[in-house]
Design a binder for this molecule. Structure first.
Ligand SMILES: Cc1ncc(COP(=O)(O)O)c(C=O)c1O
Length: 391
């Protein structure tokens, strides 16, 4: 069997991270991996999470198996968090998953199970793991352009590419804080995308990995809720990795919202059948923590807003330095984008120069994690960028 083992290249992101760790320069800057960092460069465990963990230890409940759907209280709470006061709370089925990635995969398997010829329409550029997850589930993936024009998403480009989608295909959208571009639709544009789905019978699949990292948890869910309230079938993958800082606890949820309420129980059975044949049931610890955070949203939201405000402040400070240095508009726009990521307008070769000459590490496609920047590094990045663009 092993004679068939292919010689695969190491994951490019982790390969670059290894390079970063081996780099001896003291002034090196890591803007690679998508984790939140505070001003000191740490990815802290939130205080509310530490308190919740202490309470769980004190209670020391059983480790006996939970449901196949995971922690049912967590499922109800995350559904509420996603949907707010939408009436569709009564017409959804939510199961806990192994992080947001697990939710993406379970829903991809769900699509394959029900509609194997459906094509997934993925934003270009898009989240690096969307295509592999969808393809691993046996689905075909096509792309549509996701880019900025006059400071906003260029919907004409989206719809031109999407004109090739057929009824029953799936459009994979980012609920907020688009990864890697930071370009989010306005509410009007969400409406235009929802109208497109209605008109073309294309099914929306919304990946909500950063709720609370853009504007605030409510506003970040506005596009998702608009879709849910207007369309009769929406798939949602949610992650607690960023907004609760639960990364390695692998906590997320897969949700199917449908007007066909008679099918809800069947949907649950199919989703559970999918997870049963994979990892059986998700890990409890992260969901138990998340559930306690949902119980006391105020304390959690306070800490979440500290993370969000830091990202917003970094973007604003970058914007101020860009203006001072008369940077091109393609660079200045970074200050208006949302969430942790932005794409630098640099080629792969220029990203190598950024790394080798300036010790600043972003991914080959130009993605940087804005939350990785410390205040003292803002000017360094701005000057390096402008120098590379000008030369
Ligand atoms: C857009 C997007 N979706 C999903 C995920 C996966 O999140 P998780 O770590 O919860 O699997 C990420 C993580 O970076 C992401 O950026």
């Amino acid at each position: 069997m092993l004679k068939n083992l292919p010689q695969l290249e190491a994951d490019p992101l982790w390969g670059l991270l290894n390079k970063f760790h081996a780099d001896q320069r003291e002034n090196k800057i890591d803007l690679l991996v998508g984790v939140y960092r505070d001003e000191s460069g740490k990815t802290p465990v939130m205080q509310v999470v530490q308190d919740a963990e202490q309470r769980l230890v004190d209670k020391a409940e059983s480790k006996a198996y939970k449901q196949l759907s995971g922690n049912t209280k967590f499922n109800a709470q995350i559904a509420q968090f996603l949907l707010g006061d939408s009436k569709k709370i009564d017409t959804q089925c939510t199961i806990q998953t192994v992080g947001g990635s697990g939710a993406l995969r379970v829903l991809a398997d769900f699509i394959t199970y029900l509609s194997p010829n459906a094509v997934i329409w993925n934003t270009d550029p898009g989240y690096i793991n969307h295509r592999p997850i969808m393809e691993a589930a046996g689905l075909k993936v096509e792309k549509f352009r996701w880019q900025q024009k006059h400071g906003e998403l260029d919907l004409d480009a989206c719809f031109t590419d999407l004109s090739k989608a057929k009824a029953g295909d799936i459009i994979l959208l980012h609920g907020c804080c688009h990864n890697p571009t930071g370009i989010d639709p306005t509410l009007k544009q969400w409406q235009a995308l929802a109208d497109y789905c209605k008109r073309s019978a294309v099914i929306p699949f919304i990946d909500m990995a950063y709720q609370g990292f853009g504007d605030n948890p409510e506003d970040d869910a506005a596009g998702l809720r608009l879709f849910i309230n207007q369309l009769d079938l929406v798939l949602v993958a949610a992650s607690c990795s960023k907004n609760m800082g639960l990364y390695c606890e692998r906590t997320g949820a897969a949700m199917v919202v449908t007007d066909n309420t008679q099918q809800l129980e069947n949907i649950r059975t199919v989703l559970e059948r999918i997870t049963r044949a994979n990892y059986s049931m998700p890990p409890e610890h992260g969901a138990a923590i998340a559930s306690l955070l949902f119980d006391d949203k105020k304390a959690w939201f306070d800490e979440l807003s500290t993370c969000r405000n830091r990202i917003v402040n970094v973007r604003q400070s970058l914007g101020a330095v860009f203006r001072e240095l008369n940077a091109p508009l393609s660079v200045q726009i970074i200050s208006q984008q949302k969430g942790m990521f932005s794409l630098l307008p640099l080629t792969a070769e220029q990203m190598v120069i950024l790394r080798e000459e300036f010790a600043i590490y972003g991914t080959a496609n130009g993605r940087i994690n804005v939350a990785g920047l410390q205040t003292s590094q803002i000017r360094t990045l701005a000057e390096a960028l402008i120098s590379i663009i000008k030369s």
